[in-house]
Design a protein around this ligand. Structure first.
Ligand code: GTP
Ligand code: SPV
Ligand code: MN
Length: 603
């Protein structure tokens, strides 16, 4: 039975049903009993595998088709009337053609299936930040994931009201045919259509599709920002708190930084990190002239491989109940999960992510085809499970930002940390980001590409206009956060990470926060302010870059150094990206910064 009298909602659901022709329409109420029934149904059909309920209560495993394991950037479209408005780094399709194509693919695709109607909120229901959506889908996996990742149910319909608007999302898994997979966005119609996939980022339409692509477009028009950023809170020994947002590309460390456990001597002094969000931030200018951020999500869709008790104990703890695992390995001795980097106890009896028996004697870390879990295997865990979740997680106003951090995966060139000179230079630093590609999207990994503000795959409009929006926002912020860039991923000649990373990133965070208070000096270099090596706390640091090679202050010096030759080449490359890719819509403020960088790198 329909849960609302809102005609726009009813018309949208009816149109979806008319097209896809499901046997039945089921409204998701948010009722726990209803979700329980759906879990049972999914276990019966094999869509979910029930895990050991005494070790992992309410946890399930799901395996996708092998052709459907990551976001598909080349099948993700921004469908604006004018091609120019989608800009140079998005794939574009004419909206009329896109609607026709999607209709053709989805027509009759839910025959013999049920269509679920999910009313969901991005943000706390009733908060000034909150935006509402309705996703219709034929996948129970999508329903159960959305129920973790967003706030779902009848109260959302109430908040939309009898005449309110919402973001329309239509998902049909069809035959999960990679050749007919399309993730289409219609920012001018507040509409998203996704067909022939059942993988997270392509089908949990509240996440990347709505909260970044559609929301970035709304933000540009309404004067706010939707960013691919974690939000964390730092508590200082004197009890004060500061908040930081950080944009890193997919699988480049947001979840890990958001839940960081500081080294022992920091904890003993009274430092604490709390997580507000691990992937998306919606940001507005507050009445006090500062930037205020909320996390519009309600759960974590986190990368499993590499997550362990040392790297991210908080994320691991969050996955111990009420979690859906996707494409990890199944330890059949005790019906628990395993992935590369969880521990050294390779399970003896194990089913790999493709559903085949796994032979641990053939395992070779460097060869992906021998891995038990897919490199982009994920956990969907409720945010409330996280031991370090911030008390501000549910705040309707959000948290004020002291710093914004950009960062990428760069084996060379980019130092461990540097600070921009001011807001506009910070925007330039974000626009100049490049990062090595990861398994979070299909295609080759480890390829260096431009990924401005970690938004290359997520800005729902022209990248040049997006840069301009950042510049314009700067004019509206009386008390802007300071902007930094970090790189945890510098490598030695043998490919070892030089910086210890993870909890030890606290040492860099501390310097960043001191800079926000003007409490520490820095060296001015060609690219911005870099720490003096003695200002990064290396106390009790015990890290081996390679067997027999302990990390010392010389290694720190090496990863703080600014190599002008490399940066001259970097600037030249960036110039070509601006000129040949972004072309006409580059703000003058950014070309000025580029000219200054080129000048600074001479001789
Ligand atoms: P998305 O969910 O795709 O947006 O990824 P994310 O940015 O949240 O990345 P996440 O924190 O899940 O980390 C991705 C991978 O990078 C994992 O395998 C981590 O173990 C690894 N990683 C994270 N932080 C660090 C770090 O400081 N140093 C090193 N060497 N690896 C890290
Ligand atoms: C990312 O790829 O940045 C993710 C995972 O956070 S997905 O939801 O698939 O986009
Ligand atoms: Mn992400």
């Amino acid at each position: 039975m329909a849960l609302t009298k809102n005609k726009k909602v009813l018309d949208f659901v009816e149109a979806g049903a008319e097209l896809a022709q499901p046997d039945e329409i089921v409204w998701i109420t948010g009722d726990l009993g209803q979700l329980d029934e759906l879990r049972k149904e999914a276990v019966k059909s094999g869509e979910l595998i029930k895990l050991n309920q005494s070790i992992l209560p309410d946890c399930y495993l799901h395996r996708t088709k092998v052709n459907d394991v990551a976001r598909v950037e080349d099948r993700t479209f921004i469908c604006t009337k004018s091609r120019e408005d989608a800009g140079p780094v998005n794939y574009w399709m004419d909206p009329k053609q896109a609607y026709e194509l999607a209709s053709e693919i989805a027509r009759g695709s839910m025959k013999g299936r049920k269509m679920y109607v999910i009313p969901y909120s991005m943000g706390v229901v009733g908060s000034p930040f909150a935006r509402y959506g309705i996703e219709v889908t034929d996948s129970i996996y999508v329903v159960l994931n959305m129920a973790i990742m967003t706030r779902v149910g009848a109260n959302v319909l109430k908040a939309i009201g009898p005449d309110g608007d919402f973001i329309k999302g239509f998902h049909a898994k069809c035959n999960v045919d990679a050749e007919n997979r399309y993730i289409m966005h219609f920012p001018e119609d507040n509409t998203i259509i996704s067909v022939n996939s059942a993988y997270g980022g392509n089908v949990l339409l509240g996440k990347k599709c709505f909260a970044l692509r559609i929301a970035s477009y709304l933000g540009k028009n309404e004067g706010w920002m939707a960013e691919h950023m974690l939000i964390l809170g730092v508590t200082f020994p004197d009890g004060t708190k500061k908040y930081v947002a950080a944009a890193f590309p997919s699988a480049c460390g947001k979840t890990n930084l958001a839940m960081l456990v500081p080294p022992k001597h920091y904890r003993e002094k009274g430092y604490k990190i709390e997580c507000v969000g691990d992937d998306i931030a919606w940001i507005r200018v507050g009445a006090d002239g500062r930037l205020w951020a909320v996390n519009p999500e309600n759960g974590f869709f986190g990368v499993a491989p590499g997550t362990n008790d040392h790297s991210n104990p908080n994320a691991l703890a969050a996955t111990k109940r009420g979690t859906i695992f996707t494409n990890v390995a199944l330890d059949t001795d005790n019906m628990t999960v395993w992935w590369e980097g969880l521990n050294d106890d390779l399970p003896e009896h194990c089913i790999d992510w493709t559903g085949k028996p796994w032979d641990r004697t053939k395992f070779n870390k460097k060869d992906k085809s021998t891995c038990a879990a897919h490199p982009n295997s994920r956990f969907t865990a409720p945010a409330k499970n996280c031991p370090c979740i911030s008390p501000e997680f549910d705040s309707k106003e959000g948290v004020p930002l002291s710093a914004i951090i950009f960062g990428g995966r760069r084996a060379t060139t980019t130092p461990l940390v540097y600070q921009s000179r001011d807001w506009n230079h910070g925007v330039f630093v974000g626009s100049a980001m490049s990062s090595e590609t990861t398994a979070a999207a299909t295609g080759a990994t480890g390829v260096l590409r431009h990924d401005p503000m970690a938004m290359k795959p997520f800005a729902g409009y022209h990248m040049g206009d997006y840069f301009q929006h950042w510049i314009d926002m700067g004019k509206a912020i009386k008390n802007p956060p300071k902007i930094f860039n970090v790189n945890w991923f510098r490598q030695d000649e043998d490919g070892n990470f030089i910086w210890p990373g993870f909890g030890d990133n606290m040492r860099v965070l501390e310097w960043i926060l001191k800079r926000c208070d003007d409490a520490v000096d820095a060296e001015e270099t060609a690219i911005g302010y870099v720490p003096r090596p003695q200002d990064i706390d290396l106390d009790e640091l015990d890290y081996e870059i390679a067997p027999g090679h302990k990390f010392t202050q010389d290694d720190l010096k090496a990863i703080l150094a600014v190599d002008k030759k490399r940066w001259a080449a970097e600037a030249e490359e960036l110039e070509s990206y601006y000129k040949n890719t972004i072309k006409t819509r580059i703000p003058a403020e950014l070309t000025e910064c580029l000219e200054k960088l080129k000048e600074n790198c001479k001789n």
